[in-house]
Ligand binder design. Sequence first.
Ligand code: PGA
Length: 254
Amino acid sequence: MSRRNLIAGNWKMNGGLHANGALMAALLEGLAKTPPACDIALCAPAVYLAQLSEQLRGTPVDWGAQDVSAHESGAYTGEVSAAMLREFNPRYVIVGHSERRQYHGETDALVAAKAARALAAGITPIVCVGETLAQRDAGQTEDVVKRQLAAVIHTNGHCISEIVVAYEPVWAIGTGRTASPEQAQGVHACLRTQLGAASESAHRIRILYGGSMNAGNAAELLAMPDIDGGLIGGASLKSADFLKIIDLASAEAR
Ligand code: PGA
């Protein structure tokens, strides 16, 4: 079964009203010239969701958030609930990004709870998994990503077919060091098998690669059978680079 590629930009803690507006305008202009044949999303800091929903409504570009609270509502200062996100109609929310796991101590169980909140609110969680360099060197890559994904599968049961998975080796994020297509495909195939054991619809689940994906290396990564798109950090902040990746991801479908 062929899955439609998804190219999702992760702006991280970058941007501003003016810069966002200009970046989206440049993207939309490029997409008007060459209509995409893949799904596209921009995941922005929550404070900008109103701006994104305003500027992207009715365009080929969906929008999303970068995190969501595991709690429904109440005394959780600084957190943003799934219901609050929902008011801005995001299609996606990233959960379990390695920067959140690393700097905010997010556990597998917390990430699973966040995915559950997103699903209950009708927002597709992009669940990130990935190993550190030390874990890869110790031969633990598959064990680590399977453990991270298992928590999400355990908590979300049959809803699992509604998620998007992103494999992001921590050592490749923002470092300019990319997993080779074969390294990434190996992990994606392993995750696909795990998803297959949990859901009959696993063949529909998109598994994105993330970690220094750019206009120069996207084609060979996207050519792999189990790589169904990318979660793009740095290169999503430059419209020309992001458009090029979208074009490469569209080529498979044309
Ligand atoms: P990068 O980030 O493309 O800048 O490596 C990817 C991510 O962290 O999602």
